[in-house]
Design a protein around this ligand. Sequence first.
Ligand SMILES: NC(=O)c1ccc[n+]([C@@H]2O[C@H](COP(=O)([O-])OP(=O)(O)OC[C@H]3O[C@@H](n4cnc5c(N)ncnc54)[C@H](O)[C@@H]3O)[C@@H](O)[C@H]2O)c1
Ligand SMILES: [Zn+2]
Length: 348
Amino acid sequence: MERLQINLGERSYPIYIGEGLFSRLQEIKPTGDRYLLLTDQNVDVYYGDLVMTAIGREKCHKYIIAPGESSKTMETVIQILSYMLDCQFTRKSVIIALGGGVVGDIAGFCASIYMRGIHWIQLPTTLLAQVDSSVGGKTGVNMPQGKNVIGSFYQPQVVVIDTDVLKTLPRRELISGIGEVIKYGIICDYNFFSYIHNHLPSLLTLEKDILEKVIYRCCKMKAEVVAADEREGGLRKILNFGHTFGHGLEAAANYEYYTHGEAVLIGMMVESKIALGMDWIDETYYKEITEAIEKTGISLDISHMDRELLLEKMLRDKKNQENKISFILPKGKGKVQEVLLPKEAVVW
Ligand SMILES: NC(=O)c1ccc[n+]([C@@H]2O[C@H](COP(=O)([O-])OP(=O)(O)OC[C@H]3O[C@@H](n4cnc5c(N)ncnc54)[C@H](O)[C@@H]3O)[C@@H](O)[C@H]2O)c1
Ligand SMILES: [Zn+2]
């Protein structure tokens, strides 16, 4: 088992990474008078009972939401909070988020506002949640007007990553997480990028040592970025490589066609091409990036997408300035930099 500390002053907390950790949850000495286990229907089937038993059934209530992004709404939040009030949860109660990024984002938001804030624990079950969304304390829900527009920064008490649970994760979701893994290499560690490039098949077959090492490294990189810039004033922006185009693609496809990670993979390919055109990276490195992305096996053909619609979606990004689109682009190996580009400069 690996242990990693997220350093955020009085909001610091540990992340544990290893096999079979969900059955050992008592070892983290949870402190709630009672627990709300929040999960989704898919995850509940596999791990609901395991976690209930590990925490102690007599103190644990379970609330199950429908799986998928469509659950990430204020309506769901209100239903959860009402349930907690009906069950007389107190300020000493704890929410346990068992699931992917959707469950994590909702659980953290509920924890941040229930009785002005209670403790919460993250048990991320997708690769994306394990390497990305469970670290950093961003919580929230979507509104008809936009994604993740209502929320809070609210750190959990502890994150427990059980790598065993990835065995039941659908392959498409696994690849979605790999999109973020590749991103970490490109934004801050070329050696790690090369390692991923060379070990992608072993990662896809969930080889224990490689998996643990990769998850640890990604959490550490995100933790360092978050510790330096908890509320996205500057440095944290680098995590958005591949996301300007990726978010545009997700929005243009009504959040139905692409998973987040697939959109990020395509986004990184397009944004690397822009960087190549600006001479920020050379042809050899560009090829390495595209090869790694191609190795995931996802379809990279976006010729069916409407160019104007995509640009229009990108122009709505809250990081834009003066009608120029904000991009984080690779500039040399293992480094990225922000640039503002007029829409005419965005070619793919
Ligand atoms: N807070 C942050 O910093 C942050 C960062 C990135 C993404 N996000 C958010 O995360 C969400 C996406 O998260 P996600 O990709 O984890 O998707 P998700 O939570 O929708 O999970 C994907 C699917 O996998 C299923 N699943 C989860 N774990 C499983 C397991 N172990 N075995 C079998 N099935 C399993 C789920 O039921 C769901 O159907 C988005 O809403 C995004 O906005 C948040
Ligand atoms: Zn992302």
